[in-house]
Write a protein that binds this ligand. Structure first.
Ligand code: HEC
Length: 161
C-alpha cells in the first residue's frame, strides 16, 4: 500500500470504528443487565414496580373525578332540594301536584319559571338556596314539579332567555 492510500483510509475507517465501539458499549450494557438478573426473571416485577410508582398519581386522578359534579335528574333535585318547601307549601311555595297553585305559574311559560327558579323570586331563593345546582338541574327540577301539576315541559326543548 502506498502512503497516499493510507491517508485516505484512516478517516473512512474511523466512522465504522465509532459504530462498532457504540455497538460493543450497548452489548456490554445488555450483558451487565443479564448478569444482574442471573435467575433470568421476567420483566413482570419491573412492570409491577412501575405500576406501584405511578399509583399515587392514578389515585389522585380518581379522587378528582369523584368530586366532579355529577348531573342529577330533575326528580333527584326536587327530592333533595326543592321538596323542602314545595312538598308542604312552606312559605306559601306552590305545592307539588297542586294544579290550582301551579296553574297561573305554569301559564307564565317554562322559560320564565326556570329564570325565576335560577334567580329567585320574592321568597323563593335563587336555585332553591343551593348555588351548586346547574342550569340543567334547575330546568329539570322545574319541569318535574310543573309537570306533576299538568304542564308538559321538556328540558331538552328549553330556550334560554
Ligand atoms: C326555601 C324554600 C324553597 C325552596 C328550597 C325552593 N323553593 Fe321554589 N318557591 C318557594 C316559594 C316560597 C315560592 C313562591 C314565591 C312567590 O311566588 O312568592 C316558590 C316558587 C317557585 C316557582 C314559581 C316561580 C314563579 O315564577 O311563579 C318555581 C318554578 C320554583 N319555586 C322552583 C323551585 C325549584 C326548582 C326548587 C329546587 C331547586 C325550589 N323552587 C326550591 C320556596 C322554595
Amino acid at each position: 500500500m502506498s502512503k497516499h492510500d493510507d491517508e485516505h483510509s484512516s478517516p473512512s475507517t474511523l466512522q465504522p470504528m465509532v459504530i462498532i465501539f457504540g455497538f460493543i458499549l450497548a452489548l456490554a450494557t445488555v450483558v451487565s443487565l443479564i448478569m444482574a438478573n442471573p435467575a433470568g426473571e421476567d420483566t413482570a416485577p419491573v412492570v409491577a414496580k412501575v405500576a406501584e410508582n405511578i399509583k399515587p398519581v392514578a389515585a389522585v386522578e380518581v379522587a378528582a373525578a369523584s368530586t366532579a359534579h355529577v348531573e342529577k335528574s330533575g326528580e333527584e333535585v326536587v327530592k333533595a332540594v326543592c321538596s323542602m318547601c314545595h312538598a308542604t307549601g312552606l312559605m306559601n311555595a306552590p305545592k307539588i301536584g297542586d294544579k290550582a297553585q301551579w296553574g297561573p305559574r305554569i301559564a307564565q311559560g317554562y322559560e320564565t319559571l326556570v329564570q325565576h327558579a335560577e334567580a329567585g323570586i320574592r321568597t323563593m331563593p335563587a336555585r332553591g338556596g343551593n348555588p351548586d345546582l346547574t342550569d340543567a338541574e334547575i330546568a329539570g327540577a322545574v319541569a318535574n314539579m310543573a309537570n306533576q301539576a299538568g304542564a308538559n315541559f321538556d328540558p331538552a326543548k328549553l330556550v334560554k332567555k
